[in-house]
Design a protein. Structure first.
Length: 482
């Protein structure tokens, strides 16, 4: 579908991450003149230093675990010694080669995205950009800010992302005290990695480096890993972490981190100290919104520096939109992409479906993965909505048994009375893929009976979804027949 305009519309996008990229493509598709300003590379930090490299690292860790656990399936790896007797080889991780591969993949993805924009006719400017009022972006393109380019546009889309939060008492040095963007400089596996922060980023990296063979200590200020997530999912992950040898320090706040030259010392608020070889600071992120002209343009911000947006990604200034981690919406790459498209559709007069938080699917790339969508069990317990919950352990699933899967579950959440699916949680391998049918059910307001009537392959992990739906059967003779 395309839209014709009496006069050509112009769109300037500040930031080429997932939100800016999708906004630019959508605007070009609708016939607008589009310019993207990006300082690091198309794809932004999500592609170059965050999502793509981190998930590539996790894929390597998953492969290491699969090899190590192959013996449970009867697959044994041996090499012959000089005497002809079999030797059991050890799994070795060449971290330098791993990091080189994942950074190469990130750059290739960035190049592919740049090529897609160029093919769509989008103008790309490399440099630092800032808003000049509500209708222009000024870009510093030369060394030392000596050269400038000014882009005027009818619509501005801000998608500048966020950066790792830094603490004055634990300043990252790129050597032993690291943010998640600096991990890929390590040439060898850390002897003992201390991870400060048990949110999504902390949990993902802690699990990945544990599975790669490093000793890991996870420092959490909360009483569980992944605070705010499904408590059953967090419990499974904690059990897996402990079984793998990770040390979990819950209700332990890190006050200070020091580089001793030969390692690091983490001082906790109760006076205890933890010594390791490296420390990853995973204590959240801050939006990259400072000093880019937002306040001067009249854009409303929060105290934390996030841009206030509504459900169509519009800011307080009518022709300025914002997408991604720099906004007050959900900080996910998939959400940034949807925000970018929605912003442009709204600005250029296309059909718009306002974003709904309850329909957003998210995934935590630990091993096992944790995927969620819609209303959650705690919200039912707290009385926010009337619902029923049914949970099936994956260990009972025939395909899971064949694959040697012992950890995980499928949890389906439905509205009480009608049986309409309103949420779900999946913990297991490839949960990011398995959650999709539940997300469709939430989006299309399907009932558990409608979900249960869909044929699932036997045997399959997705069969647990239909099994859970069948167990939640709603007897209503008026609707379903008797």
């Amino acid at each position: 579908m395309s839209i014709s305009f009496e006069t050509t519309q112009s769109v300037a996008v500040l930031g080429g991450g997932p939100g800016g990229y999708e906004a630019a493509l959508a605007a070009a598709q609708l016939g607008a003149e589009v310019t993207v300003v990006e300082r690091a590379g198309i794809g932004g930090s999500a592609v170059i230093t965050d999502v793509v490299p981190s998930k590539s690292l996790i894929a390597t860790a998953d492969a290491a675990v699969a090899i190590a656990g192959a013996g449970d399936l009867g697959v044994q790896l041996f090499a012959k010694g000089k005497d002809g007797k079999p030797l059991k080889p050890e799994i070795a991780i060449n971290l330098s080669a791993v990091n080189k591969r994942l950074l190469t993949l990130a750059r290739q993805q960035s190049d592919d995205m740049r090529a897609a924009l160029a093919e769509a006719g989008v103008r790309i400017i490399s440099g630092h950009g800032r808003l000049e009022g509500d209708n222009a972006v000024v870009v510093s393109t030369g060394p030392g800010g000596t050269d400038f380019d000014r882009i005027e546009a009818d619509t501005l889309v801000v998608s500048v992302g966020a950066s790792p939060r830094e603490l004055a008492s634990a300043k990252p040095d790129g050597d032993r005290i690291l943010t998640w963007t600096q991990l890929y400089n390590m040439s060898a596996l850390p002897e003992h990695l201390i991870v400060v922060g048990s949110g999504v980023t902390g949990a993902e990296f802690a699990g990945a480096y544990m599975n790669l063979g490093a000793k890991v200590t996870l420092v959490s200020s909360r009483d569980q890993v992944l605070p705010g997530e499904d408590k059953d999912a967090a419990a499974v992950l904690e059990r897996v972490f402990k079984r793998g040898g990770m040390k979990l320090l819950s209700k332990s706040r890190a006050d200070k981190v020091e580089n001793t030259g030969e390692g690091v010392v983490v001082t906790l608020s109760d006076g205890r100290t933890v010594e390791g070889s490296h420390c990853l600071m995973a204590v959240g992120s801050i939006p990259n919104t400072r000093g880019i002209g937002l306040e001067e343009a009249g854009v409303q911000m929060t105290e934390s520096g996030h841009i206030q947006v509504n459900r169509v990604a519009r800011t307080s200034v009518p022709n300025i939109y914002a997408a991604g981690d720099c906004t007050t919406f959900v900080p996910l790459a998939s959400v940034a992409s949807m925000q970018g498209r929605t912003a442009v559709f709204h600005a250029l007069g296309d059909v718009v479906i306002p974003l709904e938080r309850r329909r957003i699917t998210s995934n935590i790339f630990t091993a096992p993965e944790i995927a969620t969508v819609g209303w959650q069990e705690k919200e039912i317990e707290d009385g926010h909505i009337n619902g029923v919950v049914h949970k099936l352990p994956l260990a009972a699933n025939p395909r899971a048994k064949m694959m040697g899967i012992k950890d995980g579950f499928v949890k389906l959440i439905a509205r009480e009375g009608s049986g309409t699916v309103i949420g779900g949680v999946i913990v297991g391998p490839r949960a990011s893929e398995l959650i999709y049918p539940i997300a469709i059910a939430v989006e299309r307001r399907l009932t558990v009976d409608q979900v249960s009537r869909v044929f699932a392959v036997y045997p399959s992990l997705s069969g647990s979804i239909t099994d859970a739906a069948r167990a939640m059967h709603v007897v209503d003779h008026n609707v379903y027949g008797g």
